[in-house]
Design a protein around this ligand. Structure first.
Ligand code: ZN
Length: 334
């Protein structure tokens, strides 16, 4: 009964403010102005954002369980060697949780909608940074100059992640025509920081036969495929671009983007412990190869705090009316 009543009260895209409208999604919008509790209850009601909530909330729960499982199975789990893994895990859970909450509360109000999605971008930035710290310490070739200059590299990566987050957040207010390209581009540089150590190691393996880890090759390839697929769905808005209104509830590009992101992270969670176990004895021999809290948690937490501060500033500027969405311009042009 609750379900059918709620579904009947769903709105079409021309019945609500442009702020809440997604391209090529024509129906299934919740009525803006719901209470916090009503937003939570709508996680169990069919509407056009419910799939976006569950495609990140279920992975979040699975990844929490994953960490609990591996931390109890290993004695002395919270040792320095595992710090990069913990940064990666924390970043992954941040983006999945922030994304779920953003899609859950997106219809609350313009301010909540905007602030939640800026937190969503912060989660992605923290995930990129955490994954890159993991990639640097566990995946780099033993002769990698990145590893030898790890302090500089990690702080640069932290700054790049925060800059990407800020650019991505500003795309909600500026660059309306290219906002999806800007959002993907914001994380392109952090992505190359993550893939770089593996590309270098693989090149050494091919040309010199050193640092080869064939056991994880296909997992790295799968991760690259998922990373490209998620960018593809995010930018192109396929399939709903060609069939507006037909994918309002299921299989819209944003859900496919979420699924690809969850698959990418899950593959990383699978191969990272493999890399750690296989290469442990080699990496311990590398001068300075042992992670410390100064080269893992410190830059990670500093970037997080900076990002939270920026989110607060952007939220306040939105509340004060200084920043307004670029979507209103889009409707005027239609
Ligand atoms: Zn999303």
């Amino acid at each position: 009964m609750e379900s059918s009543r709620s579904k009947c009260s769903l709105l079409r895209c021309d019945e609500i403010d442009a702020v809440y409208v997604e391209p090529f999604i024509l129906s299934g919008y919740r009525r803006p102005g719901l209470s916090w509790w009503q937003c939570i209850k709508h996680a169990f009601v069919l509407h056009n954002d419910v799939g976006n909530f569950w495609t990140h909330f279920i992975p979040f729960l699975l990844w929490v369980w994953w960490l609990v499982a591996i931390s109890v199975s290993e004695e002395n789990f919270f040792q320095p060697y595992n710090y990069p893994l913990l940064c990666f895990w924390f970043g992954a859970c941040s983006y999945a949780l922030f994304s779920s909450l953003a899609h859950m509360f997106a219809c609350k109000s313009f301010l909540v909608h905007t602030t939640c999605f800026i937190f969503d971008y912060l989660g992605i930035a923290m995930y990129a940074l955490g994954a890159n710290i993991g990639s640097l310490f566990y995946v780099s070739a033993t002769s990698s100059p990145l590893l030898q200059n790890r302090t500089w590299v990690i702080w640069t990566e932290a700054m790049v992640a925060v800059t990407g987050f800020l650019t991505c957040s500003l795309s909600r207010f500026y660059w309306k025509k290219y906002r999806f390209v800007v959002r993907v581009g914001s994380y392109a540089i952090p992505y190359f920081f993550g893939v770089g150590p593996y590309a270098h190691r693989q090149a050494l393996c091919i040309f010199y036969g050193t640092d080869c880890v064939p056991q994880t090759f296909y997992f790295h390839m799968a991760a690259i495929v998922f990373a490209n697929l998620l960018a593809f769905f995010f930018v192109t808005k396929i399939p709903e671009r060609f069939f507006p209104g037909k994918f309002d509830y299921f299989f819209q590009s944003h859900q496919l983007f979420h699924v690809c992101a969850a698959c990418l992270t899950s593959v990383q969670m699978y191969y990272t412990p493999m890399e750690m176990a296989i290469r442990r004895t080699v990496l311990i021999e590398v001068p300075g190869g042992q992670p410390t809290w100064q080269t893992t948690f410190l830059p990670f937490v500093c970037a997080l705090m900076l990002g939270v501060g920026m989110t607060g500033c952007l939220g306040y500027l939105t509340y004060a009316g200084v920043l307004t969405t670029n979507k209103n311009d889009e409707r005027k042009n239609k």
